[in-house]
Ligand binder design. Structure first.
Ligand SMILES: [Zn+2]
Length: 248
């Protein structure tokens, strides 16, 4: 996918810049690669709602990790922490964290992103964050592991990534099901119909067809649901009907 002699990596650097952050946990400054939001052009997402953009995998840039203490969070949630939260993160994450060296690559790699998301999950657990937050982070880890599996040529490694990816997808599914029962919308920045569809797709993946059907009918009867989401819901409904017919 070369255009005008630019490599995909060079292309990717056009969508990001170095931004300086001050860590709310350890007060140290660090640089994190950040999306130039005005430059990134969104593509339509897949059936599973993985966010897409032209020329860059934006998932790699939606998390920020302090390389000194390991504090990590979704970029959209970056900011103030209470003194109790800071204490909990220091005890449960920073104490066992070894500072990361300054990255040598001009872009964020999947491995770096994984490192950051795994620490974001740890930090969310440490400060007793919401179910939906951890579920959403697990969902992103699943997507990133899928991308790693896709790029991997060694069959054993590929399978290892896919197996891990399934574990995180399951954890995301279970987390969102709990969140729907316990939390208010929006969840992880998503409204009710988006979450209903997202979880329906996951339920379908795990063979929970009744759960999927119930959530889909909520999407299809919701007046506020955007046309595009309803179209996807109809397509997923057809797939479920096919599976039931084929007795699977
Ligand atoms: Zn820090």
């Amino acid at each position: 996918m070369m255009s005008e002699g630019i490599t995909p990596q060079e292309k990717e650097t056009q969508y990001i810049f170095d931004k300086k952050y001050t860590c709310p946990c350890c007060d140290k400054e660090f640089i994190s690669k950040t999306l130039k939001s005005g430059r990134v052009r969104r593509d339509e997402s897949d059936m599973d709602l993985r966010p897409k953009a032209k020329g860059i995998d934006i998932l790699k840039y939606q998390v920020i990790m302090c390389p000194n203490c390991g504090y990590s969070t979704l970029a959209q949630n970056y900011g103030h922490l209470s003194s109790l939260q800071i204490k909990l993160i220091r005890e449960k994450v920073s104490e066992s964290f070894r500072p990361r060296p300054v990255a040598k690559t001009p872009i964020v790699t999947y491995d770096m992103a994984l490192d950051a998301y795994i620490h974001a999950i740890k930090c969310s657990e440490a400060r007793l964050g919401k179910q939906s937050e951890k579920a959403y982070l697990s969902l992103i880890v699943h997507w990133i592991l899928d991308s790693k599996a896709e790029m991997e040529e060694n069959a054993d490694m590929k399978n290892m990534f896919l197996e891990k990816s399934e574990i995180f997808y399951r954890s995301a599914y279970d987390g969102f099901v709990k969140a729907i029962a316990e939390e208010y919308f929006p969840m992880a920045g998503m409204d009710e119909t988006t979450i209903d569809y997202l979880v329906a797709y996951m339920a379908f993946h795990f063979g929970q067809l009744e759960v999927a059907s119930k959530l889909l009918s909520q999407v299809l009867t919701n007046q506020m649901a955007p046309r595009r989401l309803k179209d996807r819901a109809l397509e997923l409904k057809d797939r479920i009907i096919d599976q039931i017919k084929n007795g699977k």
